[in-house]
Write a protein that binds this ligand. Structure first.
Ligand code: SF4
Length: 362
């Protein structure tokens, strides 16, 4: 179970911060009381949880090249500076998904970390990128005699293996490497903070996540308290939460997962980025979210726009569809997407401000 000693009240942090750290000044001290786990139906849902960064040997920042993780990086580095935690303890990690992301994503992530003097690591699935994984899975399933619906091997909302197998799992191997690097004494467990840049307003499912908890991916037996209670929904009854189980951490490490920008709005994220003066990804000229352009959750208009902007990627998806005899989503095929892209007018910038306007720190 996570030790409350590794959490500090935001009021305490405010007293220790220079006023210049603009984002932190927005913390509402009245809403910063703890317990660890929020109740989605109550005010506590809005609390701001701030771990005591000084109590961690490593602070791992999951950097995707997108806006949320970029804002998180700057926020956590600012917080670490203000609390006197050396930047050498911060490690930015980029999980490389290969050709399925927008071009230059890795370069943007590396530049963002580099400009803040933060160590940058790249991890990836060793046996190939997402499309190669789809082909492997499909071949395996066909070899097992599964055809039709059972042969479908693309990631989806209900089978999000792209995140677990291509992002979370490789990052866990980095965490193991960091533990080995620090080489804790045999009777000592290293504390690591794993920071993930997801936001509640992105989806109803994300809203259910806990801001600060033992990292489920890094415990041998996950503490059940990592899963919060669920209120009743239109489709199901309330889940009062599970019985508490202590959980068993790995032998040499204890990892907490923190979602630093969980309650931020998109405009707060952009404010932070503009204040940071870090470069933001070029694809934001055209899309609101920079992740995989052909992500199953993006929707037809975004797929068509992506096929217009990166036709070579659409061609690779089409090739994988032909080879597997399946479509990349149940909603549409890549052939339909490519056909729609041919009729698109040149896309307009979606940025809510003029990129040429100089940004000044207030
Ligand atoms: S953006 Fe979509 S397809 Fe890409 S890893 Fe995330 S969930 Fe999977």
């Amino acid at each position: 179970m996570t030790s409350p000693m590794r959490l500090v009240h935001a009021t305490e942090i405010l007293e220790r911060l220079p006023a210049a750290v603009s984002r932190l000044a927005r913390i509402d001290a009245k809403r910063c009381t703890l317990p660890l786990f929020h109740d989605n139906d109550s005010e506590v849902f809005h609390e701001t949880v701030v771990p005591d960064l000084a109590s961690y040997k490593w602070i791992v920042i999951n950097l995707s090249g997108g806006k949320d993780s970029e804002a998180m990086l700057f926020y956590v580095v600012s917080l670490a500076d203000a609390l006197g935690v050396p930047r050498s303890r911060i490690v930015a990690v980029y999980a490389d998904l290969g050709r399925v992301v927008w071009g230059q994503t890795r370069e943007y992530a590396e530049a963002q970390a580099g400009m803040l003097g933060v160590r940058f690591e790249v991890v990836r699935r060793e046996k190939g990128d997402l499309l190669e994984y789809v082909l492997d899975k499909n071949a395996r399933r066909r070899a097992e005699g599964k055809t039709g619906g059972k042969a479908v091997s693309w990631p989806s909302g209900g089978a999000r293996w792209c995140t677990s197998d291509l992002k979370i799992s490789p990052v866990t191997t980095l965490i193991t490497r960091l533990v080995n690097e620090a080489d804790p004494a045999p009777d000592h467990r290293l504390c690591i903070l794993n920071c993930v840049g997801i936001r509640a307003e992105e989806s109803a499912k994300r809203k259910m996540k806990t801001v600060f908890a033992p990292d489920p991916a890094n415990w041998r037996v996950t503490p059940l308290t990592a899963k919060p209670a669920r209120p009743a929904t239109r489709t199901g009854p309330a889940d009062p939460g599970r019985e508490e189980r202590k959980g068993i951490p790995h032998g040499r490490r204890e990892v907490d997962r923190w979602l630093p920008v969980f309650h931020w709005t998109a405009s707060e994220v952009w404010d932070e980025i503009r204040h940071s003066r870090l470069p933001w990804h070029w694809a934001y000229q055209y899309v609101d979210r920079v992740s995989c352009p052909m992500c199953f959750g993006a929707g037809f208009d975004n797929w068509a726009l992506a096929a217009y902007l990166v036709p070579e990627l659409a061609a690779d998806y089409l090739d994988a569809e032909i080879r597997t005899g399946t479509t990349f989503t149940t909603a549409a095929s890549m052939a339909q997407v490519i056909a729609a892209a041919k009729h698109l007018p040149p896309p307009l910038s979606t940025l809510p401000w003029d990129r040429t306007t100089p940004v000044r720190r207030s």
